[in-house]
Design a protein around this ligand. Structure first.
Ligand code: URA
Length: 231
């Protein structure tokens, strides 16, 4: 929204007066005087008039090291949800930017910033996600070429985008995918006659799960981490 629209909509100053307030340097955005009515603001911009706070809502962006056994949901009648792990004053405003299956572990993002979570989950060029996988059976080397070519998912009638499989051990691999279909990793291994026994998300785009974060713990993202996906 434009700053002048925000100020006019409050109803305390008509349009002309708003221009004057701005020209007189009485309005601050995020701590700095702003004279341009055209300035774009978001619901997380801190707006002050004569040092009185008109709007100051914190944007919250968290990374959680999801443990197994928790649902990626805000509420559930049956199972514990990841929200139970989040002891934060704005917890009730948060939503998930992406999901992991109940048994899966690793990097999960939560935020109250809808624009940001959209940038994480719905970009045109899908952001890469890296998973560490252990499997029931040995992973033959040719699996890498099969995953690179794409796996046909009949239910959605689509072929998965080229994925990168790095075999680490007989039954262990790192898989990089560029989309997030339902149970995607499990279904890809199922398609080659194997079964995923454990699945751990290491990263989403440039954002890597903090190695010092034990399972079940969360921390706020740094400003640089938030900026990976815009604000
Ligand atoms: N693919 C899966 O099958 N499960 C997950 O939790 C994430 C990706």
């Amino acid at each position: 929204m434009r700053l002048d629209k925000f100020l006019t909509r409050r109803g305390t100053h008509p349009c002309k007066e708003v221009s004057r307030l701005l020209q007189d340097g009485r309005v601050r955005v995020d701590g700095a005087v702003e004279t341009r009515g055209l300035r774009r603001i978001s619901r997380f911009s801190r707006i002050e008039l004569d040092r009185e706070i008109l709007q100051a809502q914190d944007a919250v962006h968290l990374m959680l090291h999801k443990p197994a056994g928790y649902l990626s949901a805000t509420t559930d009648p049956q199972h514990p949800t990841v929200m139970e792990l989040i002891d934060h004053p704005l917890r009730d405003e948060l939503h998930l930017a992406g999901r992991l299956d109940r048994a899966s572990t690793g990097l999960l993002l939560l935020t109250n910033n809808g624009r940001w979570s959209k940038a994480v989950t719905e970009p045109l060029e899908e952001i890469s996600k890296v998973y560490r996988v252990t499997t029931r059976d040995e992973i033959p080397p040719e699996t890498a070429a099969i995953f690179a070519a794409g796996i046909y998912f009949a239910y959605e009638d689509l072929t998965t985008r080229p994925a990168l499989l790095e075999i680490i051990a007989e039954r262990e691999a790192r898989l990089t995918i560029h989309e997030g279909r339902y149970h995607q990793v499990k279904r890809m291994f199922h398609a080659v006659g194997n079964q995923v026994l454990s699945l751990h998300r290491e990263s989403i785009g440039p954002l890597v799960l903090d190695h010092s974060l034990p399972p079940g713990k969360f921390r706020p993202l740094t400003a640089a981490e938030v900026a990976f996906f815009g604000r």
